[in-house]
Design a binder for this molecule. Structure first.
Ligand SMILES: [Ca+2]
Ligand SMILES: [Ca+2]
Ligand SMILES: [Ca+2]
Length: 175
């Protein structure tokens, strides 16, 4: 079963990333994903925005380097799932996931509030109920905020854990 949960999580992420619904993840999808997160956070033009753009583009290059044997510049769902075992891709995805949560903390107090969380998730296409459930899961100490250590750990679990009980499985909503 362990493989199945990873597949479910990554399939869901693939859908979020494929923002033009083409059935493939392309470079433009990653640019859109970054742009949506930046817009939701009102972070346009900031240093943080450039970091998000840079990590999105690094993840694209890692995917391309790993998968693009036929040079068609796009990644299918099956290829995306296969890439999940590749360290360069996992590391790139974790970095992007973390910097996106960094800008989710709109007021920069080191804590993501429920309001901040749902604002960003809505823009990324995560339904409100899923987003709220994800927030509750990642707020492991139950103080009403997702702190940086909580979301860093959550994003790592999303990409690395095959434990059904890991809170981080919810880092990007229902899976
Ligand atoms: Ca696409
Ligand atoms: Ca905050
Ligand atoms: Ca917390």
């Amino acid at each position: 079963m362990p493989a199945q949960i990873q597949e479910r999580k990554l399939s869901r992420l693939f859908e979020l990333l494929d923002s033009d619904g083409s059935g493939f993840v392309e470079e433009s999808d990653l640019e859109d994903f970054a742009a949506k997160a930046i817009a939701a956070a009102g972070a346009g033009g900031s240093l943080e925005a450039r970091i998000v753009q840079r990590e999105a583009s690094s993840l694209w290059r890692a995917l391309q380097h790993t998968l693009d044997s036929d040079g068609d510049q796009r990644v299918s769902r099956a290829e995306f799932l296969a890439a999940a075992d590749v360290d360069a891709v996992t590391d790139g995805a974790i970095k992007l996931g973390v910097v996106i949560r960094d800008i989710t903390d709109i007021d920069r107090d080191g804590l993501i509030s429920l309001g901040e969380w749902v604002t960003l998730d809505a823009k990324l296409g995560i339904p409100r109920a899923d987003s709220e459930q994800g927030f509750k899961a990642l707020d492991v100490d139950g103080d009403g905020f997702v702190s940086k250590p909580e979301y860093v750990r959550g994003v790592e679990q999303f990409f690395r854990s095959d434990d059904e009980a890991s809170p981080g499985n919810w880092a990007f909503g229902k899976y």
